[in-house]
Design a protein around this ligand. Structure first.
Ligand code: GLN
Length: 536
């Protein structure tokens, strides 16, 4: 069992997730089997009930786990599908310890943070390392070293390191090197202090990844090596990158992979990042450009729709195009002055969401895309709203709505799933995770997926009301994807439109470099065509 823990110091938001994913990628490129897991020291059981304003999007795994968005980074960088076991929170750890106490598992002992909570943490980590059969397990510790909530986790890891041996358990500490004053000098003191903080809980880092605006200067590297007591080779510069997909290359070029392999006494093949570099080349220097408008609810927080941006980046790379993101708050679209946003777009994407705020603005955007033949993709709520817009403006049901937003509408085109009617708890109770979908032969969906049986991830409580299906289809919005029993509508495509597609599932979650989500690919391809036709 080989484990690499990635911790963070100085402040949050340093990109530990990308660092962890990139370390995973460079090791995988050497032929090793790598997996990754995330520790979130907050008390929530999982990310399912967190507001996207605070933590960015909720990422859904195949098994239905509602996870932190970093799981999405791991899956994209490692090209692997992870499970709920790969997410550990304080809520989960304490929940499990308390369950055991209630069943008499501790046989009269006083239950304490050390050893009971730390043992639980250790067993959750070793469970993933063993079950996955990985040569190396990357464990990202969320939060910042020094936070009260992180303490039991750091203690568990300190113990694990002495139990497993230093060559089997490495610490990578990510810090910030700011530049201050007229001298524009790179300051290493915050790094020194955060390493001191780590040492105060008994952990000496093996590697320091220093985040900075520009590459780390030699002098700053030497200072960090000296004051933090790590070899010069183990101080790695992670300057701001134009694309997150550059980071593995930065790490590889500075010799981090070789250093880690040597420290873990692992033999591996030479650098295998050729494919990754090809993909990166397409991301960095594409021939074309296309503008896709994302209409959402949390637009000043890029992380809220991370998987959509990544899926469009993956799609763009395959089409030799840079996807320029136009972003607008759905509520702003309700004001006539902001409508020009719609005219600028080569394609429109309406992502998933909850609650009524902004839905009317999204419906306006859908109507614009439908009537003006602008390529359109609606995902989950975006799919539901496309049906509502169609019912209102094509079927003439002017108050058509979802019962999520108007429980008394005369035309509940979108309604609660039957099995949701008795659900009262909020956590992990939606229709979640990977489910099979039967795709109609000859449809756009079949062309894009290249098959008639697909599996995609879900996260919803509402669905297209079966009572409206025939009326919607008669007027040209066809359901070309359904659940295997034919009861749940999963994909809709509009006749007589270059690309108007909606899906109840979330294709963005399974998108990967070199394997873009078929629907994001379809949208980008149609948007490129639309933009060319518009110019000529
Ligand atoms: N609010 C809608 C539902 O629960 C859509 C959910 C989503 O977009 N993820 O069905």
């Amino acid at each position: 069992m080989k484990i690499i823990v990635v911790s963070g110091g100085v402040l949050s938001g340093l990109g530990k997730g990308i660092t962890s994913s990139s370390i995973g990628r460079v090791l995988k490129a050497r032929g090793l089997k790598v997996t990754a897991m995330k520790i979130d020291p907050y008390l929530n059981f999982d990310a399912g009930t967190l507001n996207p304003f605070e933590h960015g999007e909720v990422f859904v795994l195949d098994d239905g786990c509602e996870a932190d968005l970093d799981l999405g980074n791991y899956e994209r960088f490692l090209d692997t599908n992870l499970t709920c076991d790969h997410v550990v929170t304080t809520g989960k750890v304490y929940g499990s310890v308390i369950d055991k106490e209630r069943t008499g598992h501790f046989l009269g002992k006083t239950v304490q943070i050390i050893p009971h909570v730390t043992n639980e943490i250790k067993s959750m980590i070793s469970n993933v390392a063993m079950k996955s059969g990985a040569d190396v397990t990357i464990v990202e510790l969320g939060g910042t070293v020094g936070d009260i909530e992180s303490m039991p986790f750091l203690e568990a890891m300190r113990q694990m390191r002495s139990e497993l041996g230093h060559e089997n358990f490495l610490f990578v500490h990510t810090t910030l090197v700011p530049v201050l004053g007229t001298l524009q000098e790179q300051k290493t003191k915050p790094t020194q202090h955060s390493v001191k903080e780590l040492r105060s809980v008994g952990i000496q880092p093996d590697v320091i990844v220093a985040r900075s605006e520009k590459p780390l200067e030699e002098g700053a590297k030497r200072k960090i090596a000296l004051f933090c007591d790590v070899p010069l080779q183990a101080v790695v510069s992670a300057p701001d990158a134009k694309s997150i997909y550059q980071v593995p290359i930065f790490l590889e070029e500075q010799g981090l992979t070789d250093y880690l392999l040597q420290r873990m006494a692992l033999s591996a093949k030479p650098d295998g990042l050729t494919e990754w570099k090809k993909f990166l080349g397409k991301v960095m220097n594409p021939k074309h450009e296309v503008k896709i408008l994302l209409v959402g609810k949390y637009m000043n927080q890029r992380d809220s729709y991370m998987s959509h941006y990544e899926a469009l980046t993956h799609a763009g790379a395959e089409l030799d195009a840079r996807v320029k993101f136009l972003r607008i708050e759905a509520e702003d679209l309700e004001k006539p002055s902001e409508k020009s946003f719609l005219e600028e777009a080569d394609g429109v994407l309406i992502p998933g969401g909850f609650g009524s705020r902004g839905t009317e603005g999204k419906i306006d955007a859908i109507r614009f895309a439908r009537e003006n033949k602008v390529p359109f993709l609606g995902v989950c709520l975006g799919f539901q709203l496309a049906n509502i817009e169609f019912a209102r403006n094509v079927l003439g049901m002017s108050d058509a709505n979802s019962t999520e937003f108007d429980p008394h509408t005369a035309h509940p085109v979108v309604d609660l799933l039957p099995e949701q009617k008795t659900v009262t708890k909020k956590g992990a109770t939606m229709r979640l995770g990977a489910l099979q979908i039967m795709v109609e032969k000859g449809s756009m969906a079949e062309e894009l997926y290249g098959t008639t049986e697909i599996t995609e991830r879900h996260r919803h409580r509402y669905e297209i009301n079966p009572q409206y299906i025939d009326r919607i289809q008669e007027k040209g919005l066809k359901f070309t994807g359904k659940s295997p029993d034919g009861k749940r509508m999963e994909i809709a495509e509009l006749d007589d439109h270059p690309f108007f597609v909606g899906s109840q599932f979330h294709p963005e979650f399974r998108s990967r470099p070199r394997k873009p989500s078929p629907f994001h690919f379809g949208l980008t391809r149609a948007a490129l065509k639309f933009s060319k036709e518009r110019k000529s």
